[in-house]
Design a protein around this ligand. Structure first.
Ligand SMILES: Cc1cc2nc3c(=O)[nH]c(=O)nc-3n(C[C@H](O)[C@H](O)[C@H](O)COP(=O)(O)OP(=O)(O)OC[C@H]3O[C@@H](n4cnc5c(N)ncnc54)[C@H](O)[C@@H]3O)c2cc1C
Length: 453
């Protein structure tokens, strides 16, 4: 290889445990560290994710300056910018994309290159194609996948060379556009701070992970989304020495599984993995869809989750399942509407993870929640937010209701409602559907689509 290499950072915004960066530093005397701001892409993402991305790019620039280097930030369509930067380089190094959009962009870039390309799976723990059944296929069921995942030897990544000289790319460098700083620290340092906090709690993961009112999950998903820490570092650091740790690391297997599944099923982002489910007669009801988005369904746990999402760009996993199930199985609205809304708002939205989980909720994917399993929002709420603390935080107009009534205010005695200052249909919505009626309607629609009686 010639003496100059280019590393194109995308959703791997770190120097630590980054195989693309390490391979460039090992193989070249001079390395260009490149970020391309694609205006079309930046315009299309929601503000939470945009802010987090830009904060992480800024943090990467800082980390490079600490080793005497400079991040080259260029603007434009990567299909023209990247080949131009690579014109005098020996190789372009990158971590492979898993989304259809990313892969077709990378293929187009590769066609314009005059240098070699060196690509890695730096955003996953296990490489796609390495966790296979005895028949050499990707398991359609998670548990056997995860068993093999734990037993699969991890890929050997290059170690990198810290004595590298980081040089600026040819071309017009731009400043980062203005952005609002995220509420918790960004970049690799921010990810390690979050991980340190998490290590104090991870052993309790089994007991706390489903409780939205407590800090019982790592909240590392935004860091994983932009690769400010690698899932491999999390895997190695957390390990499996206690049930809590093993449970946490198993979530990284879910993440890998959905990414591997998307690579095999590129249409799963907008078509049911099991096509028979695409004949379901979904309802179109704009008012109900808007009520769901706004957190005004009259079901407190659903509304709390939707308001947390709108206010912070993140929602607790258990509540994502409850709110998702409510959209699909109580309102009988197409899961793709929910996927789109979550994709717009979530800091961690990623096509494989979002579509994979929505298909799990809707029962249209592989190893998904069966269609006849319909979450009861009231029971879920009472079980996982028993004291109503999460609801009180996000639906303050119900804060004064006693815990036994906060999950279903429509069943509260008028005196309790009055004492708490709640007027249903005025200060807080009456339920927009009756769960029992909605449940029957959904079962009928799914059965019809599946040709069952
Ligand atoms: C309808 C719906 C949509 C979702 N959309 C996304 C999405 O776009 N992006 C995303 O990263 N996660 C998504 N999830 C999965 C999950 O809710 C989040 O990963 C989790 O809430 C992130 O919080 P955490 O980092 O504290 O999780 P932790 O419990 O600490 O888990 C650690 C990591 O494991 C991974 N993980 C955890 N749960 C899952 C899961 N169910 N599927 C795949 N990976 C998982 C995540 O990378 C997470 O950061 C979705 C879940 C549902 C039900």
């Amino acid at each position: 290889m010639t003496s100059r290499g280019v590393v194109w950072f995308r959703n791997d915004l770190r120097l630590e445990e980054n195989p693309a960066w390490a391979s460039a530093t090992e193989n070249h005397d001079e390395v260009v560290a490149l970020v391309v701001l694609d205006p079309a892409l930046l315009k299309s993402v929601g503000s939470f994710r945009r802010n987090l991305y830009l904060a992480n790019v800024e943090a990467l620039a800082h980390d490079l300056s600490e080793i005497g280097g400079r991040l080259s930030i260029l603007e434009g369509d990567p299909r023209t910018v990247v080949p131009a930067v690579c014109a005098d380089a020996g190789a372009l190094h990158l971590n492979r994309a898993t989304s259809g959009f990313g892969r077709s962009r990378d293929n187009a870039v590769a066609r314009g290159l005059t240098c070699e390309i060196s690509s890695w799976w730096g955003t996953l723990v296990a490489e796609p194609g390495t966790v296979l059944t005895g028949k050499g296929t990707l398991s359609r069921v998670f548990t056997p996948f995860s068993k093999r995942w734990f037993a699969t030897p991890l890929p050997v990544h290059p170690r990198g060379d810290t004595n590298v000289s980081v040089v600026p790319a040819a071309g017009r460098h731009v400043d980062l556009p203005s952005f609002e700083s995220p509420t918790s620290p960004a970049g690799n340092a921010g990810a390690h701070a979050a991980l340190r906090d998490w290590l104090d709690n991870v052993d309790d993961y089994g007991d706390t992970r489903d409780l939205p009112a407590v800090a019982g999950t790592s909240m590392l998903s935004g860091h994983l989304r932009f690769g400010t820490i690698s899932p491999r570092t999390l895997f190695d650091t957390v390990g499996t020495s206690t049930p809590g740790r093993e449970g946490f690391v198993r979530q990284l297997a879910w993440r890998d599984w959905y990414a591997h599944l998307l690579l095999e099923n590129p249409t799963m982002i907008n078509a049911a993995i099991r096509p028979e489910y695409d004949t379901i007669q979904w309802r179109t009801d704009d008012a109900e869809l808007e009520a769901w988005k706004a957190g005004r369904t009259g079901y407190p746990i659903v509304d709390a989750g939707m308001r947390q999402l709108a206010a912070t760009g993140w929602m607790h996993n258990r509540v994502r399942m409850i709110a998702g199930s409510f959209l699909v199985k109580d309102l009988l609205i197409d899961w793709r509407e929910g996927e789109r809304w979550f994709r717009h708002l979530l800091i961690d939205a990623e096509p494989s993870q979002n579509a994979g989980n929505w298909q799990w909720v809707a029962g249209t994917g592989t190893d998904a929640s069966p269609y006849f399993r319909i979450f009861n929002p009231f029971t879920q709420s009472r079980k996982f937010d028993s004291a109503g603390e999460y609801i009180r935080e996000w639906v303050p107009e119900l804060a004064e209701l006693p815990s036994k009534h906060i999950h279903a205010p429509w069943e509260a005695p008028p005196l309790d409602l009055a004492t708490a200052g709640v007027i249903l249909g005025d200060t807080y919505p009456a339920p927009i559907v009756d769960h029992a009626v909605a449940r029957d309607r959904t079962l009928a629609a799914y059965k019809q689509a599946l040709g069952k009686r």
